[in-house]
Design a protein around this ligand. Structure first.
Ligand SMILES: [Zn+2]
Length: 134
């Protein structure tokens, strides 16, 4: 499996949320679990960028989690969070809308999704993409 070296702590986090050490690094290093749905969304974006499929699976709700995950060779170039509904430390559900930019060879594109997150046993998990207005 391809893995990409993690950024150093002082470099910018791939998700755009600040210094890697202060942003997604503790989650990707399995030192802590994101306290909000948005933080989990950001860390999952970063995990896509670092080709860390194990992190994606462990943060996926068991009800919808695939048995395994084969990541394609897209490279990820930036994340914009466009919507956050609930998903705080006091919620049980949250929605995070985002646009992510990718390239693959000479191809470029964007992925736009509204993701639903649920809290289970005190931890946020990715549930599924959810249609607009649901
Ligand atoms: Zn981050």
């Amino acid at each position: 499996m391809t893995t990409i070296d993690s950024p150093s702590g002082a470099s910018a986090c791939p998700c755009g949320g600040g210094r890697y050490a202060d942003c997604c690094a503790p989650y990707l290093r399995r030192e802590s679990w994101p306290a909000t749905a948005e933080a989990l969304m950001r860390s999952r974006y970063t995990a896509f960028g670092l080709v860390d499929s194990e992190y994606l699976l462990r943060t996926w709700h068991p009800r919808t989690r695939p048995e395994s995950l084969q990541l394609d060779d897209r490279r990820w170039h930036g994340l914009e969070i466009t919507q956050v509904v609930d998903g705080t430390e006091d919620d049980q559900m949250g929605i995070v809308g985002f646009t992510a930019h990718w390239s693959s060879g000479s191809e470029r594109g964007t992925l736009t999704e509204r993701s639903a997150f649920v809290r289970r046993g005190g931890h946020w998990f990715y549930l599924a993409a959810t249609p607009e207005g649901e």
